[in-house]
Design a protein around this ligand. Structure first.
Ligand SMILES: C[S@@+](CC[C@H](N)C(=O)[O-])C[C@H]1O[C@@H](n2cnc3c(N)ncnc32)[C@H](O)[C@@H]1O
Length: 271
């Protein structure tokens, strides 16, 4: 068993990993990430502390499946010749779920101690690399090759950054890569940031959420060169039919309220 001791924002990766593992063990999984279940079995950690139950697991699995679909779409649009940079990858096994072809370079980025755990847990794969760095640090971006269509994708990361850090990151990505760049991530609005104490990842880790994207078009103004392709409310996105009955009922009742409808969104920009 691999002992894993993390704190703050880093520790939250155990919550999402465990949710995907529980989903994989369900009779009718949403995502079916069996590698996540194997990783949980290999890690020495009290996953009960995450307070994630099998009923809640689809919430994370639906999000992962939605973002996986955007990654597949990007690879199809570029005939499988591209670079994928997965920011704040945690212990997500996305590169194995997508299983990109040999012409794809895939790079997972997260804090050095997280990458160390990835190296101990997961096998190597042709075209697959990892960089141990905060996404807010200088240096890691220069290690990403340019000259090819590039997708920067992040799941469950933006809210842990401050607005300044998030905007700087987006500006640095758009500056480094020319046309053919896509940036896809999920973001919370102000209400979701205010309600953060209800978030199991925040409750367990004591991490603080900061950045709210209330108007996705504002990023087009703040980050020169960015174009908004999609802003999809998580509450109505494909896959919500797999959420627990109670969550679907609550969402149906509260959905007419814009601040509730936009609490969590999938955003896709192009450069
Ligand atoms: C909620 S977890 C999500 C992990 C993974 N994307 C998933 O869906 O399972 C948040 C992740 O963001 C990472 N993270 C937070 N701030 C970061 C930063 N400044 N640089 C790199 N990674 C960061 C954490 O280490 C953690 O892996």
């Amino acid at each position: 068993m691999l002992p894993v001791r993390l704190s703050g924002a880093r520790e939250t990766l155990l919550v999402t990993l465990y949710a995907r593992a529980l989903d994989a063990r369900a009779a009718d999984p949403v995502l079916g990430d069996t590698m996540a279940a194997e990783a949980v079995d290999a890690i020495d950690f009290d996953f009960g502390a995450t307070h994630i139950t099998p009923r809640m697991a689809p919430t994370v699995a639906v999000r992962a499946r939605f973002i996986d679909e955007w990654v597949r779409e990007f690879l199809r649009e570029h005939d499988g010749e591209a670079t994928v940079v997965h920011l704040g990858a945690g212990l997500d096994t996305r590169v194995w779920r997508i299983a990109p072809g040999p012409a794809v370079t895939w790079i997972d980025v997260d804090f050095p101690e997280v990458i160390e755990i990835r190296r101990a847990l997961f096998p190597e794969r042709p075209g697959y690399h990892m960089i141990g760095s905060s996404v807010t640090d200088d240096g890691w971006l220069e290690r990403i090759p340019t000259g090819r269509p590039t997708l920067a994708v992040a799941e469950g990361l933006s809210m842990y950054l401050t607005e300044e850090q998030g905007l700087t990151l987006l500006r640095r990505i758009t500056d480094r890569f020319n046309g053919g760049t896509t940036i896809a991530f999920d973001a919370f609005n102000r209400l979701a940031i205010r309600a953060q104490k209800a978030n199991p990842a925040v409750r367990m880790s004591g991490a603080t959420l900061h950045w709210s994207v209330d108007h996705p078009r504002d990023l087009v103004r703040d980050v020169p060169g960015l174009r908004l392709r999609d802003a999809v409310d998580a509450l109505t996105a494909p896959g919500v039919e797999r959420l627990p009955h109670g969550a679907r009922m609550m969402s149906a009742v509260l959905r007419p309220i814009p601040a509730v409808r936009h609490m969590s969104r999938y955003l896709r920009y192009e450069r």
